[in-house]
Ligand binder design. Structure first.
Ligand code: CP
Ligand code: NVA
Length: 311
């Protein structure tokens, strides 16, 4: 069985601004009246194939699937894939039993290979390259707080990693000004930044990279950070701790931002490294509200994928 194109949710850059807007609007309806969305996954089974650890992504998807009337199956390190069965064979087999698959894995090429071989929609629950569900959920939350996205400015302090990339892509499509402050060697590739900035300019935003966290934070509405060492990079953690010294959200960086600025972090967080305890546990931090927003937003993503599949 072949799959229609455009059913999966692998990156934000695959979408048009209108497609992202429609998911954001659906999430508002889902959150406002969850009881009206008890059936979209009735008699459907969704697999979660996770090759890395997870708390929020796994729980918010599993809980969302149940709330939408479906069943979920968590597939960790004990399936044959971990013993060397090919990703393509795994995808073909899983497509026969499941209606949708959420994947958390290493190289982004793995989820693309799975998606090509699968006949059911695939949702990216994080790869080394992208974290699109988290990023779209973050924009959903920001819109709730500020009442708009267009023209907001977001400073991301730290590693030009999967999180930074997905936020930059979302910002470009949704008209947000995104500035990454990262040390040399840990930035998004310049050609990618140039391309995203071009997309952003058409939508009223911009995408830039700077070295100085203070320059990025100045007048920002949102200060955002993520871990210095992502899953899979543990061997580099010493070197990264050296490289990212000073790339910290602390009280003095927060003082550079807009007076109404909020602090966001996708979590898990390491207090005393990328963010101080004073800031993450302080009054401007919204990290737990931000985490909560994943539930309605991901329910909207799943409904959207199933609708595009034609159930
Ligand atoms: N933010 C996020 O994706 O958290 P988990 O790694 O716990 O899923
Ligand atoms: N950049 C982090 C995000 C964790 C949610 C990682 O990939 O580990």
């Amino acid at each position: 069985m072949t799959k229609k194109t455009g059913q999966s949710f692998l990156t934000l850059r695959d979408h048009t601004p209108a497609a992202l807007r429609s998911i954001l609007d659906l999430a508002v309806r889902v959150e406002g009246d969850p009881g009206a969305f008890r059936e979209p996954l009735a008699w459907k089974t969704v697999g979660l194939l996770f090759e890395k650890s997870s708390t929020r992504t796994r729980l918010s998807f599993e809980s969302g699937i149940r709330q939408l009337g479906g069943g979920s199956l968590f597939l960790g390190a004990d399936i044959q894939l971990a013993r060397g069965e090919s990703i393509e064979d795994t995808a073909r087999v899983m497509s026969a039993y499941l209606d949708m698959v959420i994947i958390r894995t290493f190289g982004h090429d793995r989820i693309e290979a799975f998606d090509r071989a699968s006949s059911v929609p695939v949702i990216n629950g994080l790869t080394d390259g992208h974290h699109p569900c988290q990023a779209l959920s973050d924009f959903y939350y920001m819109e709730k707080v500020f009442g708009r996205l267009s023209g907001l400015s977001m400073a991301f302090v730290g590693d030009g990693n999967n999180m930074a990339r997905s936020l930059a892509e979302g910002a470009a499509l949704l008209g947000v000004h995104f500035i990454l402050a990262a040390p040399e060697g840990y930035r998004l590739p310049p050609e990618e930044v140039l391309h995203l900035d071009g997309v952003a300019r058409k939508n009223g935003g911009s995408v830039r990279v700077v070295a100085d966290p203070r320059e990025a934070a100045r007048k920002a509405h949102v200060l955002y950070t993520d871990v210095w060492t992502s899953m899979g990079q543990e061997a580099e953690s010493r070197q990264r701790e050296q490289a990212f010294k000073g790339y910290v959200i602390d009280g003095s960086l927060l003082a550079e931002a807009e007076p109404s600025a909020i602090v966001m972090h996708c979590l898990p967080a390491y207090r005393g490294k990328e963010i101080t305890a004073e800031v993450i546990d302080g009054p401007r931090s919204r990290v737990f509200e931000q985490a909560a927003a994943r539930l309605p937003l991901q329910k909207a993503i799943m409904i959207d994928c199933m609708e595009r599949k034609g159930q």
